[in-house]
Structure formats: structure tokens, C-alpha cells
Design a binder for this molecule. Structure first.
Ligand code: FES
Length: 161
């Protein structure tokens, strides 16, 4: 009876262990390549996405006038006070959106891919394609410093206060 079954044209022998391992290796490679392709597609997208309300109050203007550099980490920026007025520099790297750190007296450094910016936010070393953004500052009617995190201004723009 068993010989009849084996001689049937529709009989297929059960897969061997070697075939199973070969299929498992192929499927592992396919899944690995799929995950790698998703990562490659995701890579050029910034890690930081724009927020809906871009204008935020930072606090009383007087607080920022008294100090040369005020970090505002919750909004990822620094506020500077100069003789000409106040200005704000974004801490978001223009390469892929990592947060840069300030190097005292030197400028800014991005830990993700090594971009460097001078103290005005201009690119000193890539891969960042553009300077750090200078953001629009204004004063609210109640005397608070307001930054618009989506409005870029020129690097020489100062808020006279
Ligand atoms: S995200 Fe800053 S250098 Fe790449």
C-alpha cells in the first residue's frame, strides 16, 4: 500500500530538514532587507516635527535682558542679549533635527553626525546644510518675550527692548 502511494504522480515527499532551513534563511533575508529598506526611507525625515502652535511665551523680557545667554531647553532654543537687542537661535540641527549642544565660546556641536556651528549658528563643519535658525522674537502686551519657532529671521535681526 505504501509503495502505491510513493509511485503515485501526485505524491510529494515531505520537506527535508535542509529544505526547511534554506527557506528559513531566505525568509530571514527578505524580512531583514525589508526592515533595512524602511530604515533607509525613514532616514531623510527629521526627528522633530513642526508643532501646531509655534508662538510661545518664554517669560518676562527683563529676565532675558539681564543675562547674555539664556537656554530655553523646553523649546529647544537659546535667547541672547547683545547691545543691539535680543535674538534667539534654535537648537535644532538643520541636518536631521537632533538637538545641538553649546560649546562655551566656540559655538554649537551636533552629537548625531558631528556638525559644528559657530556662535552665530553658521555651519563650520557638515553635514548640516544650513545654519541654525534665528527665530522671530516679539513682546506680548503683558511684557512677555514671545518666540515664533516656525518664523525664521536673518542672523542680524535684533529685538530692541
Ligand atoms: S542631525 Fe545634526 S549633524 Fe546630523
Amino acid at each position: 500500500m505504501s509503495n502505491d502511494l510513493h509511485s503515485s504522480p501526485r505524491f510529494q515527499p515531505p520537506p527535508e530538514r535542509r529544505d526547511f532551513l534554506g527557506l528559513a534563511a531566505i525568509w530571514s533575508a527578505v524580512v531583514g532587507l525589508g526592515v533595512a529598506a524602511l530604515g533607509a526611507v525613514r532616514l531623510p525625515m527629521p526627528s522633530v516635527f513642526p508643532e501646531s502652535n509655534s508662538r510661545v511665551k518664554l517669560g518676562p523680557v527683563s529676565r532675558f535682558k539681564e543675562v547674555e545667554t539664556t537656554p530655553v531647553p523646553e523649546h529647544r532654543l537659546w535667547v541672547y542679549a547683545s547691545d543691539e537687542g535680543l535674538y534667539a537661535i534654535s537648537a535644532v540641527c538643520t541636518h536631521l533635527g537632533c538637538i545641538v549642544s553649546k560649546e562655551e565660546g566656540k559655538g554649537f556641536f551636533c552629537p548625531c553626525h558631528g556638525s559644528r556651528f559657530d556662535i552665530d549658528g553658521k555651519v563650520v563643519a557638515g553635514p548640516a546644510p544650513k545654519p541654525l535658525l534665528h527665530l522671530l522674537l516679539s513682546v506680548s502686551p503683558d511684557g512677555q518675550l514671545v518666540v515664533d519657532k516656525q518664523k525664521e529671521v536673518g542672523g542680524d535681526v535684533r529685538l530692541q527692548v
